[in-house]
Ligand binder design. Sequence first.
Ligand SMILES: [Zn+2]
Length: 207
Amino acid sequence: MDIQTTQTTPANPATPATSQDIQHGVQVLLGRNRSFAATDARQQATPLPFVPRELAYVITCIDPRVDPGQILGVGIGDAIVARSVGGRVNDAVINDMAWISYLKETIAPDEPFFEVAVIHHTDCGSALMADDRLRTGFAERNHLDATARDALLDVAVTDPHTTVRHDVERLLASPDISPRIRVSGHVYDVTTGLVTTIAPATNRQQD
Ligand SMILES: [Zn+2]
């Protein structure tokens, strides 16, 4: 059966999605995977240790409108991609980069280092964390104390130009990240489709 041709939209848009509908959506993607597997795209990816072909490590939002494969043309093997709410540089993002950085220095010391691009975007859903009612409700539901609740406010990308500069500085200041890694900051405009560089690439250990 060709899964891609299967109807995916509920007959009545007013009908709430069921778990079966959700599984159905994943089945569409799995059908696309079979099409992908039939190509030779995988042979274009670099083997371990995976120094990405474009020497790029992209951090961006989980928002489906901000897919690096679409807005940056990131193909298989081109870049390491990390996604978080708002594209924020949090502890998990830093820990992952520290691990990759260690692998790079240990297994592929002679290969060039990748550059990190932090990309925040306009109309970011993370800004909803600045809504007192939503933030308080989320904190209550997840039994967060007042400190953790207030920390959610720091995640909100209400001004991507400001938050992306903040996150670039946070990465550059992290002792867990190799000083050889250059970091840049950018803002993606979901209306125009353009990415604008806000913080040019720099690193702690100046060339
Ligand atoms: Zn977002």
